[in-house]
Design a protein around this ligand. Structure first.
Ligand SMILES: N[C@@H](CCC[C@H](N)C(=O)O)C(=O)O
Length: 294
């Protein structure tokens, strides 16, 4: 029987970004890409991101997170999922444990301190953005990543050129558009996600700046497709907009699922993301789910 059979999970969402939370603290099991795809294929545990809790690695942290996309690939960041994990680790009767001081989570991209704002609302310190071409990463050595060139040319949308690039622990490209609703993400997202200038693919955002403190954003996520919200994309868009002088350092980012408040803190250059979480249901993985997994 597969090691994950009968494991308990929480199905949550952060602004409609579908998140499944699995607690593997105390276990040496590491979820494989095939297991992640099997979990995503079941409507009860379907996710845009699977957030897996492991025992802490760095002293002073509360858990190490592995983050999986629907296609089984791994990411270094998921803002909406991190808030959901924070809720689970502080509130769920099975997953919560006493936390000394602030909750600090760790991913392969770094440490993420989290603060509770209210019952279901959390602020995650997403850390500093990575702006150098080789940190994002990009294929070509751009001295300035506020505007880069992509190879993809879409006859139906020739204006989609010259995005900004930012890493929030995962790669993002932000196209500046007049109307973020005007684009069929499923038709155009995959081409940009796989553009050869992004050696690790990229999350693709279409950003409409409506004022110095407001951005409307739609996101085609690497490895997951069109989602109702993407926290790291909202952070990347605010940073890129501020760098281009399109907004200040704090803005509301409106996604199809709702609003996130994003601040690029002047004092230390960290990006703070504030938004809600929602528990939909809990369940256990049926052994049949993993029947085809080696
Ligand atoms: N939805 C997430 C970001 C998801 C990660 C992404 N698909 C990747 O592969 O980098 C968020 O809320 O940040």
């Amino acid at each position: 029987m597969n090691a994950l059979s009968n494991s308990r999970f929480l199905k949550m969402n952060g602004l409609g970004n579908e998140i499944t939370v699995l607690d593997l603290r105390g276990s040496a099991h590491r979820v494989s890409a095939a297991e992640a795809r099997a979990i995503a294929a079941d409507p009860r545990s379907r996710f845009d991101q699977l957030m897996v809790l492991h025992d802490p690695v760095t002293p002073g942290t509360d858990a190490y997170l592995r983050i999986y996309n629907t296609d089984g690939s791994e990411s270094g960041a998921c803002g909406n999922g991190t808030r959901c994990v924070a809720w689970a680790m502080t509130t769920d009767p099975v997953m919560s444990r006493p936390v000394e001081g602030d909750l600090v989570l760790e991913t392969k991209a770094g440490l993420l301190p989290v603060e509770r704002v209210s019952d279901r609302v959390f602020t995650v310190d997403m850390g500093p953005p990575r702006l150098a071409w080789n940190e994002i990463p990009l294929r070509d050595p751009y001295p300035d990543t506020r505007t880069i060139a992509v190879e993809t040319r879409l006859p139906e949308a020739p204006e989609l050129q010259g995005p900004s690039a930012v890493s929030m622990g995962n790669p993002h490209a932000i196209f500046w558009v007049e109307d973020a609703e005007a684009y069929d993400l499923a038709a155009i997202g995959p081409a940009f996600e796989h553009d050869p200038v992004f050696p690790e693919r990229a999350n693709i955002s279409f950003a409409q700046v409506t004022g110095p403190d407001h951005i409307i954003l739609r996101v085609w996520e690497r490895g997951a497709g069109a989602t109702r919200a993407c926290g790291s994309a909202a952070c990347a868009a605010l940073v890129a907009a501020a760098r281009k002088g399109l907004t200040g350092r704090k803005a509301v980012v409106t996604l199809p699922g709702g609003d996130l408040v994003i601040e690029w803190r002047e004092s230390d250059g960290h990006v703070l993301m504030t938004g809600p979480t929602e528990l939909e249901h809990e369940g256990t993985f049926s052994p049949a789910l993993f029947a085809e997994v080696a």
